[in-house]
Ligand binder design. Structure first.
Ligand SMILES: Cc1cc2nc3c(=O)[nH]c(=O)nc-3n(C[C@H](O)[C@H](O)[C@H](O)COP(=O)(O)O)c2cc1C
Length: 451
């Protein structure tokens, strides 16, 4: 294959080093999930979960396929989502890439300054970026963010977009070019002075002067579903991502990538990118799913599916095949709903249900070997809070939720009558200082002059 023409030895990445040490895989101890008997018990799940959120740089709103309920995705709004995800304790956020998105690197650069712990999963685009330039961008963003960069290798699945960007290679050749890109990228990131001449790219004296915070480079994620995509994942990447297909299909993909990686003496981790529609009750969740596509008409679905059918992407083909463009058969496996894919390219499914049910479904994927979950919901700001409040406490996170600066006794809800926390009021009136209010909770004192 193409590597026959190159003059360098190709080393497989054995996993990069984070600025802070990895906290997984861990076995579970002391987690009491209260999971339904039908779902996998947490003791069966071997790894803790990295839960990421999503920055919707190609638009956001309350409904799909309409400008009703849509909102401007501008700097203040993206900042709100990133800061919410940061303070709610998400591991990171995925930034999509493509001509319909605000540029992921520019947005990530703006967000690192207003967040503290949040990681940014940004795309490397072989064919569009030079590997040396990509190494420079990676290193700068990684150092300036104190090691908060994650990299998504996106070979590209939309030929129209690729041609507009000057890439005329066919599908498998794009992956062949990706392999060459990663050879040069990794060696440059590792501090080597690189001469390389491949079939698709060549560099002479490529060098990085300023090293990244994470050594030898930030972790590499990849999401291709074709054989060529699986091969690149197996030989070069740290985390293989799949969109939310039914568990049996995901299990097959995991087995295939694992086998290909093992043949190269490598181990790859696995991640799932899926939307979530979680509500306090099952019926409210399904209502919310219906509401999300309530304004999506048949003509819009047909236009979207026609455009997506031109993609050269096995992953996209598999997503579209789940619903076949029909809105009457959208539940493709228990609690897995394909309605998002009627309008949206890429991640087209959502896990729908009450918090315990959705947590159980995520744990089912975890038992297959998934330890990274990239979640999202519309609109992304409100849903970040909803997911953090309803779902995250039920999941075994690899990342601690941010410690709360206790002003009283931690999160308590809104104060009652400017005096009592809800729990204190229910208990008959205990003031914030912990003393029993002599007047009792039923006779609030006049407000203090400075209140
Ligand atoms: C989680 C995930 C995220 C992806 N993000 C992007 C993206 O932001 N932009 C893009 O053009 N493709 C994206 N892709 C698509 C793939 O990277 C890949 O280029 C495409 O599916 C074609 O490869 P395939 O035929 O091997 O599936 C993503 C895929 C996955 C699974």
């Amino acid at each position: 294959m193409l590597l026959g023409t190159q003059r360098v030895r190709v080393d497989c990445c054995q996993g990069s080093t984070r600025a802070t040490p990895y906290r997984w895989p861990f076995s579970f101890v002391g987690f009491s999930p209260g999971a339904p008997a039908s779902g996998p018990q947490l003791a069966e799940v071997e790894r803790r979960m990295d839960i990421l959120w999503f920055l919707p740089t190609h638009g956001d709103g309350r409904y799909l396929g309409t400008s009703e309920g849509a909102r401007a995705v501008d700097l203040p709004y993206l900042r709100q989502i990133a800061q919410a995800a940061d303070s709610l304790g998400f591991h990171g956020v995925l930034l999509p890439t493509g001509r319909s998105c605000e540029d992921a690197w520019v947005v990530a650069g703006a967000m690192i300054a207003v967040t503290e712990r949040l990681r940014f999963l940004v795309a490397l685009r072989p064919g569009i970026m030079s590997p040396t330039f990509a190494a420079r961008m990676t290193s700068t963003l990684d150092r300036l963010s104190n090691g908060r960069v994650l990299l998504n290798v996106v070979t590209g699945g939309d030929p129209a977009e690729s041609e507009g960007d000057g890439v005329f290679l066919k599908h498998d050749d794009r992956y062949a070019a990706t392999v060459e890109f990663l050879v040069v990228f990794k060696r440059v990131m590792a501090g080597e002075n690189v001469d390389f001449e491949g079939r698709h790219l060549a560099v002479r004296g490529a060098k990085l002067f300023y090293p990244p915070a994470q050594k030898p480079h930030p972790p590499l994620y990849i999401g291709g579903s074709s054989e060529a995509g699986h091969d690149v994942a197996a030989r070069d990447c740290d985390v293989y991502l799949t969109w939310g297909e039914p568990p049996a299909a995901v299990a097959q993909k995991i087995a295939d990538v694992r086998q290909r990686a093992a043949a190269r003496g490598r181990v790859v981790r696995f991640g799932l990118r899926v939307h979530v529609i979680v509500r306090e009750t099952e019926s409210a969740a399904w209502q919310a799913a219906e509401s999300l596509i309530a304004h999506l008409d048949d003509a819009s679905i047909a236009s979207a599916q026609k455009a997506l059918a031109h993609f050269e992407s096995e992953g996209q083909r598999r997503m579209a095949a789940l619903h076949g463009g029909r809105r009457d058969a959208l539940v493709v496996s228990p609690n897995l709903w394909a309605g998002v894919g009627l309008a949206r390219g890429g991640a087209g499914t959502a896990l729908v249900g009450d918090p315990e049910t959705v947590a159980t479904r995520l744990r089912e994927y975890a038992t297959l070997g998934i330890d990274t979950f990239i979640l999202s919901g519309y609109p992304h700001l409100e849903e970040a809070y909803r997911v953090a409040e309803l779902l995250l406490p039920r999941l075994p996170l690899s990342h601690p939720r941010r410690p709360v600066e206790h002003n009283l006794t931690g999160p308590f809800g809104e104060m009652l009558a400017q005096r009592y926390t809800p729990a204190a009021a229910r208990a008959g009136g205990v003031t914030p200082s912990g003393t029993q209010d002599p007047e009792g909770s039923t006779r609030p004192r006049p407000r203090a002059p400075d209140a």
